[in-house]
Design a binder for this molecule. Sequence first.
Ligand SMILES: [Mn+2]
Length: 439
Amino acid sequence: MEVPRHVEESVEAIRRSKSILIVTHHDADGASSAGVLARSLEALGKDYDVIVLRQLYPESLEELPLSEFDFVVFTDLGGRYVDQIKNYVEDFLVVDHHDRNALESPKVFHPAQMGYDPDTEASASTLSALLSFELIKDPKTLVYGLVGAAGDNQIQSGAFTGLNRVYVVRGVKAGLLTLYKDLALSGLRYKELPWVLLYSEPALPGLVGNEEAVYDLLERVGITARYPSGRVKYTDLDLDTRKRLVTALVLHLLRHGWSVGEAQSIIGEIYEVNGNVGWLSTIRGFKSLVNAVAKNRRPDIFVPLFLDRFEYLADAEEIYYRYRKSVVAAIRKAREIVEPVGSFAVVDGRKIVPYYASGAVASVLSSELNRPVVVFVSDEGGYVKASLRGRKGLSEVVEELLHGLDAEGGGHSEAAGFRIKEEDLDIVLERLASIKARD
Ligand SMILES: [Mn+2]
């Protein structure tokens, strides 16, 4: 497990530098990338700062204090703009797993350079952890690199693979991780069951934000959890009841649009971080918390979590609960206003769906309605952001929608997104009405 030679040069440059700036993306992967790097920078006594961005655009480079630092690391963003970055700063490294166009650049660290799949086998935080590990050889750094990988859905079919798997094995050998198989829902070990399902992460179609459905399902398997009497936790249940619950959940998800593979993936490997507390004691729980704190752009709270400063946990939890509430409220409202447009279902969430919730809303509705969904939300500076979720062909849909427009977009077949100017929304909606869904 060695870093490529060109990255080794950045490792040496960081060693020589007094001050380092980390510019990162506002999600779990971005936050974890910054967090694992902070572990080594802190240990080496470097001055460092973390800036969290929604996206890196060429315009935003101008506003960043790049020249005030000896070295800059861009994590989970920047791969597309390596040439532009060069105009502003000399000593830098881009740790990204998105664009493949700069794979040859000595300024880029990308999973493909090590032969790993950038969507499933290593994320930005996986690579950042390796960079950080080169500096201080602390195995817990590798374990924390998994947090961001979990955030980018790299726990596929219930288990980490690729470079992430290498870290899991290292973590277990070092006594830092404990592995077992169980229901894999965030918060399952610390929160009461109705809450876990109501605010479920991943958001469970038909259950998230739907109290009646949650209590019905629990009662069907013999769990009386209705308030105020019931504050049942999963860990309170006997083995038989747990089995009935898991069976009922899988059946429910199959009936609400999930494929067999997706429904099975709610059972998976649990990665318990030995010695950690509360939400931080599993990789998925850690990921949920950090994602919410990152969306709120609070590196002052998420960075210390990666330094094992558990006194920041209460602040992080408070942000998480507020965040989850707002996401679930957005899902509820979206269910009421979703409209058919051609073969698609569309939510104009510009006034009711927060920027960060568009993907979650689109995923849940696309399962529940069994058709591709587009959710529009407001973005800064007169822009509209869209999230698309469905079964296939969505990156081609984005291409068709944006043809000839001054816009940015892309993604995969089942999840895609774009950003357009507000005045182009009508054109995009017209085009959407005439595109045949590939489902
Ligand atoms: Mn990422």
